[in-house]
Design a protein around this ligand. Sequence first.
Ligand code: AMP
Ligand code: MG
Length: 436
Amino acid sequence: MSHTELVEQVHRHTHESMISVEEARERILRCFHVLDVESKPILDADGQTLAEDIVGPFDIPPLDNSAMDGYAVMSEDVRGASDDAPATLRVVGSVAAGQLPQDRVTPGAAVRIMTGAPIPDGADAVVPFEDTDEMARRAVGRTLSEIAVRSEVPPSANVRPAGQDVSAGETVLGRGSVLRAAEIGVLAALGRRSVEVVRRPVAAILATGDELVGVGEELEPGRIYDVNSYSIAVAARRAGAIPRMLGIARDNVEDLNAKLEEGLASDILITSAGVSKGDYDVVKDVLARRGQIGLWSVRMRPAKPLAFGMLDRPGGSPVPHLGLPGNPVSALVGFEQLGRPAILKMLGRTRLARRVVQAVLEEPIHNYDGRRVYARAMVTKKNGAYYARLTGHQSSNILTSMARANGLAICPEDVDVKQAGESVEVQMIDWPEDVF
Ligand code: AMP
Ligand code: MG
């Protein structure tokens, strides 16, 4: 096919009718799969998906042990004990956490015991220090060869049974669970140094545009700093990917080809700009020559124009390419709807959507052309209900209103206006602790 034919084909696709956000997401997600497994030291596996079932190799706790500092006793020996009628027991030994008991508890005897120490044979309960006269004895310099117990305890009181937390042979963490602090702690309790998890995807990030200047470089008149590389890289990292910054490609075939080459060593290539109908939008033309590309109009505002395709990789499987629009808010909102779920799927997550809250809208959201509007909003909670107010200018180039937002309030495609006071769905992109 000649270059002209390719471009024509691309332009036909450009005029393809609009598809819904769901349709776009489904088409994209079909091209992604859960990634392969890697072994990670447990400290570094935080946030990754478990790729093995974790079976307890032994009981935790390993032995019946004490939940309190106190005295291990036969509960029968202290039945009916009270302040007025304490039960006096011989103290025949003591045991601390990490030791094995050396002494048996026989009728009329007790063993001094610390939290976590194994229960001596013969004992069936622990009396806490507070329910004995130990303090009083110490205060007047009396020995602890005897102890007066001032309250009764039922059998098993303050005894933590062996295997209560984990019993040998039991599956404690299932494949597919996401590792957080507690799960990492469970792995440590089992003595695991490393764990099998789904590898994190590498997301190659490429900005395109002749007008862009890299952060740290001098800003010449008429040019702007590259925003999308940074915002998309961070959004990708927050989704769980490892961003690889490819920098800026100029709007010419040679530069773009060179940068794309670098992007092939990744699990997803995310570009921004060059997918609309502008004169200098070479991204779509170049991509059309390197693999399959679809140029879509997604029924959403912002982020209507979108490119998605599979780039040929010599000697390897094709690399999915997500081409986001150039305006910074469009790029971020497009990534939220279509890029983040792909990354989560590669990570082995099953929940791919953001949390949605139902909020009372505080000002209207207008829908001009039958697209689903994602309006930048700040959600707050008052008297147990959520309220959403818009965060200012909603043009797709106004990034500060995105910076002030914690969610995207949705006006559905078939609704002309969502009025103030109406209930609105808000997709939460952040859940700040200071608000909720
Ligand atoms: P385009 O898709 O190339 O027509 O770009 C749409 C708008 O987004 C233009 O105003 C661009 O200058 C702007 N834009 C594109 N890429 C970036 C970027 N990386 N950072 C900031 N603005 C951008
Ligand atoms: Mg451009």
